[in-house]
Design a protein around this ligand. Structure first.
Ligand code: FES
Length: 139
């Protein structure tokens, strides 16, 4: 299966939430720990997943891809980096309208990625979700 990878911060440059998410593919190298805050760019979800797998009012964490996909309201899909902006853990789950990091308890809004509860202070970077029929991808 896919191995855990660590995205090079140098390869990713600084996207800063840019327009098109053109930095989509991250030539993930190898690794070592992978939990550094510098790897906080998150990833993409190139393999289509069924939209039906994303619960309305909730979401799903794709840990290997470092992406979290949410559906705040029916038919409205959002994508975010799954790398917690606090210290770089992959967020654990989506519950009660929040993307929750299990490392230190930060919570992020499923609609905007904004911090709902610290210690994180920065929002999860957004990713572009493309819905095609009954599937979606994240770039
Ligand atoms: Fe997520 Fe600390 S790394 S709360």
């Amino acid at each position: 299966m896919s191995q855990p990878t660590s995205c090079s911060r140098r390869a990713l440059l600084k996207s800063g939430g840019g327009a098109a998410g053109a930095l989509a593919l991250c030539a993930c190298g190898s690794g070592g720990g992978g939990d550094s805050a510098a790897a906080a760019q998150g990833g993409t979800l190139g393999t289509p997943v069924p939209t039906s797998s994303i619960p309305v009012g909730g979401g799903k964490v794709f840990g290997d891809a470092r992406v979290v996909v949410t559906q705040p309201s029916a038919g409205d899909f959002k994508g975010f980096s799954a790398v917690c902006t606090h210290a770089g853990c992959i967020v654990a789950m989506v519950v009660n309208g929040a993307i929750v990091c299990g490392c230190h308890g930060s919570e992020f809004d499923i609609a905007t990625g904004a911090v709902k509860q610290g210690p994180a202070t920065r929002p999860l970077p957004a990713r572009t979700v493309t819905v095609s029929g009954s599937d979606l991808t994240v770039a």
